[in-house]
Design a protein around this ligand. Structure first.
Ligand code: NAP
Length: 259
């Protein structure tokens, strides 16, 4: 299938590794000029080089923290009028809610709710003027199926989901869609750190915890970042102009509901 987005431009936040990197890669394979960001310079530049080498597409890089005002300004200065925006940032730490302070909550809400909203605010009007825009927020399956120890994530991401539910109905009339892509367990650094937390809490080895978690998924495994990136790119394609405000869950079937 031709996704029909060759020649478009995209900002992919938090994209030197994991799900963000895979999304940038998949968009670049479709001929989209991507601008990627992360805080760590070495991994970001290595990823940009890898994407450019394989796809031949121009890759912009901005070393910044996307959860800060200055970081977002630097990113937007590098790509002021993106046709595609992939919102992403690191997830909040796991833990018991009794141990989290107000500051912890404010950090989580800033990273996983307010920062994506600020990125949408800075880019959506240009998309509306150009009659094309695709915004995908990388959130979490925990929005549909809360995970106890990820309480900061459960709460902050539901705030973003509520915001998107309203705005996305206002933009689709001009071919600007806003959807959320909800990862379940994907084999990335983030998943490995969550499994390490759970292993310690349950007195198991990380290897045992990992094997049990993979076996307990209906797919019998974790998702691959390539599967995630390809789905993200499809959500940014010309074929999804009639889909907005949706929670696209990719979790190997772990969420057991009918709807
Ligand atoms: P990952 O493999 O740890 O990669 C995170 C990427 O984001 C890195 O490139 C990191 O680079 C960058 N990053 C983190 N914080 C940033 C910030 N403030 N500003 C700019 N870049 C930042 O994580 P992942 O698995 O891809 O997860 C991506 C998101 O999906 C997270 O919010 C995570 O909680 C969520 N999620 C993941 C899973 C899963 O199974 N993998 C499941 C559910 C939800 P730097 O550290 O250099 O900045």
């Amino acid at each position: 299938m031709n996704l029909g987005i060759a020649g478009k431009s995209a900002i992919v936040c938090a994209a030197s590794k994991g799900l963000g990197k895979a999304s940038a890669f998949a968009l670049a394979r479709e001929g989209v000029a991507v601008t990627i960001s992360a805080r760590g310079e070495a991994a970001l530049l290595a990823t940009a080089e890898e994407i450019a080498q394989e796809t031949g597409v121009a890759v912009g890089t901005v070393v910044c923290d996307v959860t800060t005002v200055t970081g977002r300004a630097e990113l937007l200065a590098a790509c002021p009028d993106p046709d595609i925006l992939i919102n992403n940032a690191g997830g909040p730490p796991a833990g018991d809610f009794r141990d989290f302070s107000m500051e912890d909550w404010q950090t989580a809400v800033n990273a996983n709710m307010l920062s994506p909203i600020e990125m949408i605010k800075a880019t959506v009007d240009g998309m509306l003027e150009r009659d094309f825009g695709r915004i995908v927020n990388i959130t979490s399956a925990s929005v549909r199926s809360p995970i106890d120890e990820l309480c900061l994530s459960n709460g902050a991401r539901c705030g973003l989901t509520g915001f998107v539910a309203g705005l996305s109905r206002k933009t689709i009339g001009r071919n600007v869609t806003i959807n959320n892509l909800l990862p379940g367990p994907f084999d990335t650094d983030r998943l490995r750190s969550n499994l390490a937390y759970r292993a310690e809490a349950m007195g198991k080895t990380v290897a045992d915890m990992t094997a049990v978690a993979a076996a307990n998924n209906p797919a019998g495994r974790f998702g691959t970042v390539e599967e995630f990136g390809a789905t993200c790119a499809f959500m940014c394609s010309i074929h999804t102009g009639f889909m907005t405000g949706q929670q696209i869950i990719m979790d190997g079937g772990a969420f057991p509901g009918t709807m």
